[in-house]
Design a binder for this molecule. Structure first.
Ligand code: FAD
Length: 189
């Protein structure tokens, strides 16, 4: 197992190259009660559902950092928050955070009712991560030069969300799951 160094995303967690060579497993290694790939896929569904919430958390933290900064950073004798272009950025962030959070809440209610389908989880993961990374990047612009430092969270969130776009099903894979659901035609290979 070799740790992967020099990462630009998720720097606080360790990922490793794992090599399996001539590994044989007995029946005791099977997931209890799982048949085929259904067991591992159900784990993925849990994680992907959680990401729909987590991405909105990163987006909200980015927005709140930008809002606070915009209220205190003065330019030409007025706070950044008083400029219409800044307000447009903040409003667009709030709209997407509210929509994404409501989507996650809706998925959670379906999950509680035992009615949540995998393609609905794909919609939540794809949409909320995609919008969260846009929000984190937009929040970074409000912070100006300070936004590229470790003093503020938006750029850290944006960089970490690059990983989230890739793990637990890439944007492309979730797009293909939804494409298949809509058209009935699989385009995975
Ligand atoms: C920080 C981090 C943590 C991770 N943690 C885990 C973990 O805990 N467990 C785990 O199992 N994995 C983990 N992964 C791995 C992750 O699941 C894979 O990186 C991901 O599945 C993509 O596989 P790949 O890197 O081999 O890219 P590739 O499969 O080479 O894909 C590269 C690009 O091509 C696209 N692509 C590939 N095939 C197709 C296709 N048929 N049609 C259209 N586009 C396609 C992909 O969407 C992607 O954009 C982690 C990754 C990261 C970055």
């Amino acid at each position: 197992m070799t740790p992967i160094d020099a990462k630009l995303s998720m720097r606080a967690s360790i990922q490793c190259d794992v090599v399996f060579d001539a590994v044989r497993l007995g029946p005791e290694a099977l997931l209890p009660g799982a048949m085929g790939l259904r067991g591992p896929f159900s784990c993925l569904n849990e994680a992907r559902y959680g990401i729909a919430w987590g991405a909105m958390g990163a987006a909200r933290d980015s927005y709140e950092a930008a809002l606070e900064y915009a209220g205190s950073r003065m330019q030409f004798g007025k706070p950044l928050a008083s400029y219409q272009l800044t307000q447009e950025k903040l409003v667009n962030m709030v709209l997407e955070i509210q929509k994404g959070t409501l989507l996650a809440l809706h998925l959670g209610r379906l999950k509680d009712a035992g009615k949540l389908h995998p393609e609905q989880i794909s919609a939540g993961k794809l949409n909320n991560v995609r919008e969260a990374i846009k929000i984190a990047r937009e929040a970074r612009t409000i912070l100006g030069g300070n936004g590229i430092t470790l003093d503020y969270p938006p750029m850290r969130h944006a960089n970490n969300l690059e990983s989230v776009r890739t793990y637990e099903g890439t944007d492309e894979v979730h797009m293909l799951i939804l494409g298949q659901h809509i058209t009935g035609v699989p385009a995975f290979r």
